[in-house]
Design a protein around this ligand. Structure first.
Ligand code: GLC
Ligand code: CA
Length: 555
């Protein structure tokens, strides 16, 4: 392939070092353990690992409260272990991106300690202060029900400090040029240690104007993103930023930049929420709408497509009745919901343990316009532990085998309880068993990933919806370099026969080659295909016969 925008055709896998694999038996996952699992990840077909925060941290928000940007939390190992890990990835042809959490620090960060205790400290202006309680102190909280305000008084500073998230996460004043210079230095540091880029945490808040007097909808400083990006590419040409920005489609282009000069990748929260709505109601129309709304993007930019992540499934962008429908289908109990807007369960329990629906959802994630981002544990359909608070319920240790603690640790005191008993306990749900079973979800996913990599049209091509005249059935076609593919998904619990005309272009007429099984589809005389979709069925087709390989070698 001529173009090497690797992130366009990557398969990303995100994990927390602390809950992945414990090598030294202290109950906490570590880099040594993770490094031992790289062959597993390579075998699964993962091309890029996204590491959640592993820097020193009091750990009050799963590491998203960093107290030193230039180190590894001693619980996980040393910088040496980190470099062994990135080297191990490199040897296997895998890339690493890491979380970059610079909207705020931990209140235990030396910068904040200096800032609060000494008004003359050079770090004072790195944070956002107010002498009196700002009028808007209780508005704009991110974790309603748990977080009471966005301003807290600090006795030592004799002033109020701004915190978009929990009160132990004081916001950095990102408009301060010294803070910006430090952010670049942090990126530069990790780039030297072998990472291919960053998942930038909470981007809209990083670039938002901050302070006691900003308007209710503070202006964003988008130019900051261009500066980050420029620096990144001066240091390492192929490094990327994948932004966490749950924003409205009308703002997407501001995050990518009109010429693609800002973030290379952004998570598609719009598609994510509407995907779950579509799954809940068997109605593909809102999903189509979301995909059309998020279609405009520069040629070099890419969406990150995901099902679940380490946070709650945020449904805040759906309408109230839509959200109610998703709650009813996937998280009816109050204990399953969070912050009044989301569901905190893992994917498989949400789908009622139904393997067909899990395959459907995963097949959609793999074939919607973007790059798939898989959450650790979802490859074996792990469950959740709703006894744990807030988002912790879906962050339990990886289940490797039927050994005690699921093979995660030799200690009997794991950092977070390993799920045990019932259908999702490690006794039933683990890697070792699924590896041996050719029909397991793990092996299904491995095959799907292999095929996804052979379809670069998804990452590179233009897409269009092909009418199916059935709201339950979604058909999406991609075209790229004279190759075309078609994906058909039945969201409904009933089998359905659909008639599809994949396209008028003469050269594409002909059979639909099924990429996942032997049942190819022949058109009738008018070029129409009748396809019988089983309940929750999915089809991956290459349009226009088997000569595509020939055509592909021409480019
Ligand atoms: C992001 C993270 C979330 C964290 C928050 C504060 O939203 O995904 O886990 O709590 O930022 O850093
Ligand atoms: Ca350990």
């Amino acid at each position: 392939m001529i173009n090497d925008l690797w992130y366009k055709n990557a398969v990303v896998y995100c994990l927390s070092v602390g809950t992945y694999m414990d090598a030294n038996g202290d109950g906490i996952g570590d880099f040594e353990g993770l490094t031992r699992r790289l062959d597993y990840l390579q075998g699964l077909g993962i091309t890029t690992i996204w590491l959640m925060p592993f820097q020193p941290s009091p750990g009050r928000d799963n590491g998203y409260d960093v107290s030193d940007y230039y180190g590894v939390d001693p619980r996980y190992g040393t910088l040496g272990d980190f470099v062994e890990f990135t080297h191990g990835c490199q040897q296997r042809g895998m890339r690493v991106i890491i979380d970059l959490v610079v909207n705020h620090t931990s209140d235990q960060h030396p910068w904040f300690k200096a800032a609060r205790s000494d008004p003359k400290s050079k770090y004072r202006d790195w944070y956002v202060w107010s002498k009196t309680e700002p009028k808007n102190a209780t508005s704009g909280v991110v974790f309603p029900g748990v977080q009471k305000s966005t301003w807290t008084r600090d006795a030592a500073a004799k002033a109020w400090y701004f915190h978009r998230f929990y009160e132990f996460q004081p916001d950095l004043d990102t408009a301060n040029p010294h803070v910006q210079a430090e952010i670049l230095k942090i990126m530069g540091f990790w780039l030297e240690l072998g990472v291919s880029g960053f998942r930038m945490d909470a981007v809209p808040f990083v670039i938002s104007a901050k302070g006691a007097r900003v308007p209710a909808k503070p202006p964003e400083q988008f130019d900051m993103l261009r500066r980050f990006r420029e620096f990144l590419q001066w240091r390492r040409g192929d490094a990327i930023i994948l932004g966490e920005a749950n924003v409205l489609p009308e703002d997407d282009m501001k995050y990518f930049g009109g010429d693609g000069e800002r973030l290379q990748m952004v998570f598609n929260f719009q598609a994510n929420q509407n995907l779950f709505y579509a799954l809940a109601t068997a109605d593909s129309r809102p999903l189509k709408k979301a995909l059309n709304a998020t279609k405009p993007r520069p040629a070099t930019a890419q969406w990150g497509m995901f099902l679940r992540n380490h946070d709650e499934l945020d449904l805040g962008r759906l309408t109230r009745p839509q959200r109610a429908a998703v709650f009813a289908a996937f998280g009816p109990d109050a204990s399953m919901q969070l912050y009044g807007r989301g569901i905190r369960r893992r994917l498989m329990p949400m789908l009622g343990g139904d393997r067909r629906r899990l395959e459907l959802a995963t097949s959609l994630m793999m074939t919607l316009p973007g790059t798939p981002v898989i959450r650790y544990g979802d490859e074996i359909a792990m469950g959740d532990d709703l006894r744990l608070k807030e988002r912790e319920c879906a962050r339990t240790p990886m289940q490797w085998s039927t050994e005690p603690q699921g093979g995660f640790t030799k200690s009997d005191r794991p950092v977070s309880p390993v799920i045990s008993g019932g259908p999702y306990g490690f006794e039933h749900t683990n890697v070792a068993d699924q590896r041996r079973d050719p029909d397991s979800f793990l092996n299904w996913l491995e095959r799907i990933i292999r095929m996804r990599k052979e379809v670069p049209e998804i990452g590179w091509g233009d897409f269009q919806f092909i009418p199916t005249r059935t709201k339950e059935v979604l058909a999406i076609r991609y075209d790229w370099r004279r190759n075309s593919v078609l994906f058909v998904h039945n969201l409904g619990a009933e089998p359905r026969e659909v008639t599809i005309e994949p396209g008028a272009e003469g050269e594409h007429d002909g059979i639909l080659v099924n990429l996942l099984s032997g049942d190819h589809s022949e058109p009738d005389q008018k070029g129409r295909h009748r396809i019988l979709m089983e309940a929750y069925g999915y089809r991956w087709f290459r349009i226009g016969g088997l000569d595509y390989l020939l055509r592909r070698s021409e480019v």
